[in-house]
Design a protein around this ligand. Structure first.
Ligand code: PLP
Length: 456
């Protein structure tokens, strides 16, 4: 028992202690354990039993982990700056059941489309706690948002600045806005998820003077009220320095426009907080991000003689990512002697495109053999007709046979939300687990669902 205790793993019953207990706990939900049958347990539910009832592929979301992450952000930032608002970035993944949970935890929502806003409306989210992001919001999306009374439109570009003025004026409303600026700070993450550098489609660049021009235009737009500035550097960001560096640059911009009437009530450094996907990853804690961001905000405000504004943070991945685990069944195995052993599962890039899109790395664990020693190196491939459809390369696992269950942790963010029906595989169901009970919050897509919008 000493070993499991030392590793911080909760065990149920008295399982045999073997090396595979050394799975990296930080990538799994907080409630993860292994029971006396050697099965992975999440939220008190034996994963093999969840699979018997719901099939595979299956996404399991752990309610306790999700609520804990919400509270971590609210508390760790709130402790340092009481006027902090936590806005969950829906693009990481949201559905009505999860939105309701986020509402209960006191979070707001960052939406990037009329569709995400519709979920917020459906569950009765107060519109003032919803922020509208995106680099090409449509006229209809803006009309819907302004009519609904959405809290903030985060304006990304000159086209949107004029369009929103027109829309708000047409509806006889004044809309609170933030301006998304780009501070030319490189957060050292994948080029596809870097957003705050000069060569980016997002935001008004400070370096080129376009941000300054945007502030002037916004201040003179009669139906827009500029409440603050926003930046988002990219994701995942494993360092705190880029946030601090950018905070200084953006607050200086605000100070430059004080005389011209910019009253900085609110600032947002966006999201991008990292999580561990593999045992090697060691992201800063939420408290460390909070200290860096709040610290640099307060110091710079003091230096520049600015009143300390409201702080809005927008975590997505770091709220939802670790709460979710994907489970697949093993099917075909192809051993290429001396080269590689491919183990194919019944999901893949249709439900998790991140390895194919960003070369993202994951851990894997055999959910029905969680107490067995790793003995061979395999590559977990998906079932989609693309050679790039590989979920995990070169992972050490116990001997695998058909029907074994592969659990891939840290799959809560940017997996179901980016899912497609490529090859016309229906998207997987999602269960929310807590205290030994599971609740289906999204059912499996059927063949009929796949043809629902087709017109014969
Ligand atoms: C994507 C995004 C976020 C969330 O990023 P995470 O890495 O999921 O935390 C927050 N704000 C904006 C503007 C974004 O585009």
């Amino acid at each position: 028992m000493a070993l499991t205790v030392a590793l911080g793993l909760r065990t149920i019953g008295t399982p045999t202690l073997v090396e595979s207990y050394m799975f990296p706990q930080q990538v799994f939900p907080d409630t993860t354990a292994v029971n006396e049958r050697g099965h992975l347990v999440i939220g008190g539910c034996d994963v093999t039993e969840l699979v018997l009832r719901h099939g595979t592929p299956l996404y399991i979301f752990d309610e306790d982990t999700l609520r804990e992450r919400c509270r971590r952000f609210v508390q760790d930032f709130g402790r340092l700056h009481a006027d902090t608002q936590v806005i969950y970035a829906c693009k990481a993944y949201v559905n009505p059941a999860l939105a309701r949970l986020l509402l209960e935890e006191g979070l707001g929502l960052d939406v990037v489309s009329g569709g995400e806003a519709a979920i917020a409306r459906t569950v009765g989210f107060p519109p003032e706690r919803v922020y509208f992001h995106g680099n090409n919001k449509g006229r209809q999306e803006l009309e819907e948002a302004v009519s609904w009374g959405i809290g903030r439109v985060v304006v990304d570009n000159f086209h949107e600045l004029s369009l929103l003025q027109e829309v708000a004026s047409g509806l006889g409303k004044t809309q609170d806005i933030m301006l998304r600026v780009s501070p030319s700070v490189d957060p050292h993450t994948h080029v596809y998820t870097t957003t705050g550098v000069l060569d980016s489609k997002f935001g008004f660049s400070i370096e080129t003077g376009q941000a300054q021009q945007a502030v002037r235009q916004a201040l003179s737009s009669p139906n827009l009220r500029v409440v603050g500035l926003h930046y988002h550097l990219g994701s995942p960001i494993f360092e705190v320095e880029p946030y601090q560096h950018a905070m200084g640059i953006v607050l200086r911009l605000a100070a430059d426009f004080r005389e011209e009437g910019l009253n900085l009530e609110e600032i947002s450094p966006g999201g991008g907080f990292a999580i561990a996907y593999t045992r090697e990853h060691q992201p800063p804690s939420v408290a460390e991000y909070a200290e860096a961001i709040v610290g640099s905000m307060k110091e710079t405000c003091q230096t520049l003689g600015l009143r300390v504004p409201r702080l809005t943070i927008e975590p997505g991945r770091s709220v939802m990512g670790t709460a979710g685990v994907a489970v697949y069944s093993v099917g075909a195995v192809k051993d290429i002697p001396g080269i590689r052993k491919y183990v194919s599962v019944d999901g893949g890039m249709g439900d998790n495109i991140r390895p194919a899109l960003y070369e993202a790395q994951y851990e894997a664990l055999v959910a029905n053999k969680a107490d067995q020693q790793a003995s061979e190196q395999v590559t977990i491939a998906g079932k989609y007709c693309e050679s790039g459809d590989v979920l995990v390369r070169d992972v050490e696992l116990p001997p695998l046979t058909q029907g074994d269950l592969i659990a891939i942790p840290a799959s809560g963010a940017y997996c179901p939300s980016m899912a497609s029906v490529y090859n016309l595989n229906g998207r997987p169901p999602i269960v929310l687990v807590k205290d030994g009970a599971d609740r289906l919050i999204r059912r499996r897509e059927t063949y009929a669902d796949l043809m629902l919008c087709d017109v014969v």
